[in-house]
Design a protein around this ligand. Structure first.
Ligand code: ATP
Ligand code: MG
Length: 428
């Protein structure tokens, strides 16, 4: 893509310097635009990142051991469904809307009220279980306070997976698999380091579980802009959410039992939950077991906020100059920058642009004529594409391009006809 044609422009400044760093950088670099408090547009660069994250998650949801099937449930939920679970009254963040003839709806903040009656239409006997459905969809929540940009919004994309089982044991086994895959997703997105003990960045965290199960698990990414507080065990690095810390004196990660914790601010990027029969009972979701008896279906739900995850990636991967996108979630792989505009430079850069495209390397080409070299380099650091490739008089004098990784200081001169090979060798 030619940067001269890019719809969004980088901004020198945004209004509030106290904002979370991810929000400042995403706004300044033109990845997102705020429509109103807690409501955002994803601009072309941000949309590309969103799709990358979605695809990582989708692949992990579809492949074994999750084996989920993707569906798309409605946003508009009939009031009756929410009355059945009592949540029409209980849930203070529920957006309620009135349609023609006074019919009332909720805008879905989560989808248990839709998926439970849906599952009832297809579950009859134990042979129909287990199964797993997920969607990637917009949720609405009338959050009291919205802050920190994409981290807390009133409209946001969530991946939600629901599982249906014949027994608590089967649910437990699946829950463990989802927990493992969640960490893999965060690793691929550049916010979980499985090798590090002390600096994992994202921690699987014990949190309150509700009626069925004592605990649920959250995935908390450590950042000063986070609204949650977690306690990280100094011995085994397991984490506990503050909300349940008073109940837990010793590290719950058996057989650790340590008493010493470090307190950190964090943001919840995911949450997995054993629902048990909480929603199967109100929706009469049952199956006929091998022994001929009717039994309630056991359910689990597993959420992950996609916009929030995007912000968390930036919270973790940035420096003074701007964002540093991990290659898996970067909007482009290469930022090609033309320095100087005489014909020779222009021709060489255009050729490189075509060549990169021919080789299916995603490239943003800074062909803007009105920008100084300095401005172009500053923008490249702000946008944070993994590789910067500069073509200038100086590089061309030796038939070279200059290649620099966004997360490293060193620059390397590479022959024009070896540049593609160099990139391919350095992608991993
Ligand atoms: P929080 O405690 O931060 O309000 P939650 O526990 O209510 O979140 P869940 O119902 O567990 O959220 O939703 C699953 C995931 O959706 C969360 O882990 C988070 O990543 C994302 N999420 C929830 N609320 C928001 C929001 N207002 N804006 C953006 N993402 C959100
Ligand atoms: Mg949660």
């Amino acid at each position: 893509m030619r940067q001269s044609q890019l719809f969004s422009k980088t901004l020198k400044k945004i209004g509030n310097e106290k904002e979370a760093i991810s929000n400042q950088l995403l706004l300044r670099a033109g990845f997102i635009d705020q429509t109103t408090a807690g409501v955002f547009t994803f601009l072309p660069l941000g949309f590309k990142v969103l799709k990358k994250i979605e695809n990582i998650i989708r692949r992990k949801m579809e492949e074994s051991p999750i084996s989920g099937q993707e569906v798309l449930m409605p946003v508009l939920h009939p009031k009756e469904n929410w009355q059945k679970t009592g949540r029409w009254q209980q849930l203070d963040i529920l957006f309620k809307v009135k349609g023609s003839g006074g019919k009332e709806y909720a805008l879905g903040p989560t989808h248990e009220e839709i998926i439970s009656p849906l599952a009832k239409k297809f579950i009859f006997s134990y042979k129909d279980l287990p199964f797993y459905l997920f969607q990637i969809q917009t949720k609405f929540r009338d959050e009291l306070r919205v802050k920190s940009g994409l981290m807390r919004t009133r409209e946001f994309l969530m991946k939600d997976l629901y599982s249906f089982h014949t027994s608590e044991e089967d649910l437990g086994g699946y829950y463990e698999k989802v927990a493992m895959v969640y960490l893999k997703i965060f690793e691929e997105c550049g916010i979980y380091n499985p090798k590090a003990l002390k600096d994992r960045v994202t921690y699987q965290t014990w949190a309150s579980g509700g009626t069925f199960s004592k605990y649920s698990h959250e995935y908390q990414t450590v950042t000063e802009s986070g609204e949650d507080t977690i306690y990280i065990c100094k011995k085994c690095y397991a984490a506990i959410n503050k909300e349940i810390k008073d109940e837990i004196k010793l590290c719950p990660n058996k057989p650790c039992d340590s008493k010493e914790f470090e307190e950190r601010k964090a943001i919840e990027v995911g949450n997995i939950f054993k629902l048990g029969t909480k929603y199967s009972l109100p929706f009469d979701l049952k199956f006929r077991d091998k022994d001929g008896k009717e039994k309630p279906v056991f359910m689990g739900c597993y959420g992950m906020g996609i916009g929030r995850l995007m912000a968390a990636i930036v919270e973790i991967n940035h420096d003074q100059e701007g964002m540093i996108w991990p290659k898996e979630t970067a909007p482009f792989q290469v930022h090609l920058i033309q320095i100087g505009d005489d014909q020779k430079i222009k021709k060489a850069t255009e050729e490189m642009y075509l060549n990169l495209q021919k080789n299916e390397i995603e490239v943003l080409y800074d062909d803007r004529e009105e920008k100084t070299p300095g401005e172009k380099l500053v923008d490249a650091d702000l946008i944070g594409i993994p590789f910067r490739m500069v073509v200038s008089d100086k590089t061309l004098s030796g038939d070279n391009v200059e290649i620099k990784k966004r997360n490293e200081k060193a620059v390397e001169l590479v022959k024009l006809d070896k540049a593609i090979e160099f990139l391919k060798n350095n992608f991993n």
